[in-house]
Design a protein around this ligand. Structure first.
Ligand code: ADP
Ligand code: AMP
Length: 211
């Protein structure tokens, strides 16, 4: 049966970067709630309109909206990497309940362990393609041509919520609302800690070893 994984860790830890690669190599579906929400904001859908104010402030979008979203995008046969979800105990409980109902289970929760200063450096240098969503870093993963997306040629931008004032709040929100999930999954015996402070290829090698 295909695996169901959760990638847990602070913003900027490298979850999305690794999830894209692992999903491709293992044939899993990458579900990033952040990506789905940013798309919804861009397309001004009802969800996007509700979520925007929270995202702009670096706060969490209300649990009921996120849980409804996950129910909608979850493939019935599983085989998923959840990236940036769950972020609260209520979301984790809803996920357990949903998987149970579908006869699925979580195989592992990978904790991306990185010190705060690394996170700040990664977030401040992150650049994204507004058109295809590709993610770069000005120093650690630069595009071939300065500030231009390798995949589609669009000019890269900085995410609104990667500005310093918002980053501080996002880290605080992570500590208060999301970090309690570490203990939640440790108790279930499915938490795997990953040293995510190494470079992108090294982290990926480690990840392949543990999953
Ligand atoms: P998250 O999804 O956890 O918020 P991202 O995958 O978007 O994090 O990574 C944050 C930034 O750090 C991006 O600019 C990305 O290119 C860069 N990055 C990701 N992993 C590493 C790594 N192992 N070393 C250096 N930079 C990284
Ligand atoms: P991310 O791309 O994972 O850094 O998420 C960007 C923003 O989207 C977060 O700061 C939240 O405002 C919102 N968001 C993403 N995932 C969730 C979630 N599981 N629960 C609540 N809000 C979320």
């Amino acid at each position: 049966m295909k695996k169901n994984l959760v990638f847990l860790g602070p913003p900027g830890a490298g979850k999305g970067t690794q999830a894209k690669r692992l999903a491709k190599d293992l044939g899993l579906v990458h579900i990033s709630t952040g990506d789905i929400l940013r798309d919804a904001v861009k397309n001004q859908t009802p969800l996007g309109k509700k979520a925007k104010e929270y995202m702009d402030r670096g706060e969490l979008v209300p649990d009921d909206l996120i849980i409804a979203l996950i129910e909608e995008v979850m493939p019935p046969e599983g085989g998923v990497i959840f990236d940036g979800f769950p972020r609260t105990i209520a979301q984790a409980e809803a996920l357990d309940e949903m998987l149970d109902r579908k006869g699925l289970k979580l195989d592992a929760v990978i904790l991306f362990d990185v010190p705060d200063e690394v996170v700040v450096e990664r977030l401040s240098g992150r650049r994204v393609c507004p058109s295809c969503g590709a993610v770069y870093h000005i120093k650690f993963n630069p595009p071939k041509e300065d500030e231009i997306c390798d995949r589609c040629g669009t000019k890269l931008v900085q995410r609104e919520d990667d500005r310093e004032e918002v980053v501080r709040n996002r880290l605080e929100v992570y500590r208060k609302q999301t970090a309690p999930l570490i203990e939640y999954y440790e108790r279930k015996g499915i938490l795997i800690r990953l040293d995510a402070s190494k470079d992108i290829d090294e982290v990926y090698q480690e990840l392949r070893k543990v999953v």
